[in-house]
Design a protein around this ligand. Structure first.
Ligand SMILES: [Zn+2]
Length: 46
């Protein structure tokens, strides 16, 4: 295995800001491009 940091899921808010739905503000379950699980809005890679 390669030396991958175990704390890659750290608490930096910037790492998930791109997942926040622009329509309803919900956090998507996965990285874009995907759809908001709440309102169905398309989340694009910005
Ligand atoms: Zn939404």
């Amino acid at each position: 295995m390669t030396d991958v940091p175990a704390d890659d899921q750290g608490g930096d808010p910037a790492c998930w800001m791109h997942r926040v739905c622009g329509e309803c503000g919900r956090l998507a379950d996965e990285d874009p491009p995907t759809r908001c699980p709440s309102c169905g809005a398309q989340l694009e890679v910005d």
